[in-house]
Design a protein around this ligand. Structure first.
Ligand code: HEM
Ligand SMILES: *[C@@H]1O[C@H](CO)[C@@H](O)[C@H](O)[C@H]1NC(C)=O
Ligand SMILES: *[C@@H]1O[C@H](CO)[C@@H](O)[C@H](O)[C@H]1NC(C)=O
Ligand SMILES: *[C@@H]1O[C@H](CO)[C@@H](O)[C@H](O)[C@H]1NC(C)=O
Ligand SMILES: *[C@@H]1O[C@H](CO)[C@@H](O)[C@H](O)[C@H]1NC(C)=O
Ligand SMILES: *[C@@H]1O[C@H](CO)[C@@H](O)[C@H](O)[C@H]1NC(C)=O
Ligand SMILES: CC(=O)N[C@H]1CO[C@H](CO)[C@@H](O)[C@@H]1O
Length: 328
């Protein structure tokens, strides 16, 4: 009895401490903003802004996908990548050409005007990315985006350099990098499928085209005709760092073409091609290429999982007024 009530007392005190000291931590949920913005439909507001941009520039799809990935892998999906200033995440070398900041600003400005202080920048990124994926791939790519994230107030370039995976990782290194974020091997293959759209700069692949492993020759794991095509876009020495598509089947459509390219040895980054060469991932690549695993339905699940990495919820963090600046 004494033990029970002693336990109860300790429990009560612990609960009280949690309520008063620790920030409350809720889970992400579908439709978190329903009823929280008077008449404003938050998701519809973001969607119309993404649709207007997409009508002018389809490359908003890869821009937002990569922005969301870089945000989530560094300190969790807390919009820390958006913070301006010297030494913040976006100034780190791996940020190279991360885009989409202006679209997030536009959505934030509109939401602040109708619903001030309520919608996090981290949720704007997640919602906008989902909308972009559907515009780029069609309605079969629809997924229910989870919301309720709060914004972080720390952004360090050193975190970006430490957490973002390199372009030449082996499949097992890529799996390990994703496992460190709570994602498994299937998620790794599915999420690298984000490379179904967008570009890479030549600097990430010059070694594969001209001097693989110091051999003075191209990477033998790349189709020779494909090497020749990429060389024409990516001269060995050039004043400008050109770009090439990541998926040379259907470069600007969200679809399973990326996996078909890998099976044809037309993977552009080494990490992409490695997925088709390693026994830990090649089965998944084949199934996604053939359609026996459905990329349209599984990609959204993996995106939801990526979007929940180390999120701040409840009273943690803050709702930034400007996505580029931590609130005072
Ligand atoms: C091992 C993991 C990954 C590595 C090493 C990697 C590496 C890269 C590199 C080197 C580029 C080219 C950047 C440039 O030249 O500007 C790139 C572009 C891109 N990445 Fe990844 N990435 C990874 C995972 C992901 C994931 C999980 C997603 C999204 C779900 C993603 C989406 C994109 C997109 C859409 C682009 C094109 C960006 C654009 O066209 O503006 N990547 N990635
Ligand atoms: C809702 O509208 C009321 C009255 O106009 C306003 O005072 C309040 O700040 C609004 N709330 C939100 C979350 O926008
Ligand atoms: C990865 O996790 C998903 C659920 O999040 C699950 O459906 C899938 O089977 C897992 N894959 C592996 C290889 O464990
Ligand atoms: C290239 O070098 C890496 C690391 O030294 C090695 O694991 C890989 O097998 C080599 N690949 C080829 C095609 O020579
Ligand atoms: C995957 O690669 C391994 C090793 O190269 C090979 O033994 C296996 O048959 C491949 N699996 C598929 C589904 O291609
Ligand atoms: C930053 O966030 C932490 C909690 O995540 C909070 O304790 C701290 O007061 C915040 N600092 C600022 C400047 O908002
Ligand atoms: C937008 C931005 O801050 N870009 C930076 C990305 O990283 C490079 C290299 O560290 C910087 O020169 C850019 O200014």
């Amino acid at each position: 009895m004494a033990a029970t009530s002693g336990f109860a007392a300790v429990f009560a005190i612990a609960s009280l401490l949690c309520l008063t000291i620790a920030p409350t931590r809720g889970a992400l949920q579908a439709g978190f903003y329903k009823g929280k913005c008077n008449g404003t439909d938050v998701e519809a507001t973001v969607k119309s802004i993404v649709a207007a941009r997409f009508a002018q520039d389809r490359s908003i799809v890869p821009a937002l996908l990569r922005l969301h990935f870089h945000d989530c892998f560094v300190r969790g999906c807390d919009a820390s990548i958006l913070i301006d200033g010297s030494g913040t995440e976006k100034t780190a070398p791996p940020n190279l050409s991360v885009r989409g900041y202006d679209l997030v600003d536009q959505a934030k400005a509109q939401l602040e005007s109708t619903c001030p202080g309520v919608v996090s920048c981290a949720d704007i990124i997640a919602i906008a990315t989902r909308d972009a994926v559907v515009l780029g791939g069609g309605t079969q790519y629809t997924y229910v985006v989870q919301t309720g994230r709060r914004d972080g107030n720390i952004s360090l370039a050193s975190d970006a350099s430490a957490n973002l995976p390199g372009a030449s990782l082996s499949a097992s290194q890529a799996i390990a990098a994703f496992r460190a974020k709570g994602l498994n091997a299937s998620d790794t293959v599915l999420l690298l499928g984000g490379h179904t759209v967008g570009i890479t700069h030549c600097s990430f692949i010059l070694n594969r085209l001209y001097n693989y492993n110091g051999s003075g020759k191209p990477d033998p794991d790349m189709d020779p005709a494909f090497v020749a095509m990429l060389k024409s876009r990516c001269p060995q020495t050039s004043a400008v760092d050109n770009s090439v598509f990541l998926d040379n089947g259907t470069p600007s459509t969200v679809d399973n073409s990326y996996y078909k390219q890998l099976l044809a040895k037309r993977g552009v980054l080494k990490v992409d091609q490695n997925l088709a060469m390693d026994a830990a991932t090649n089965g998944t690549v084949k199934s996604l290429a053939s359609g026996s695993l459905s990329f349209p339905s599984l990609f959204g699940n993996a995106m939801v999982k990526m979007g929940s990495i180390q999120v701040l919820t409840g009273t943690q963090g803050q709702i930034r007024k400007s996505c580029r600046v931590v609130n005072k």
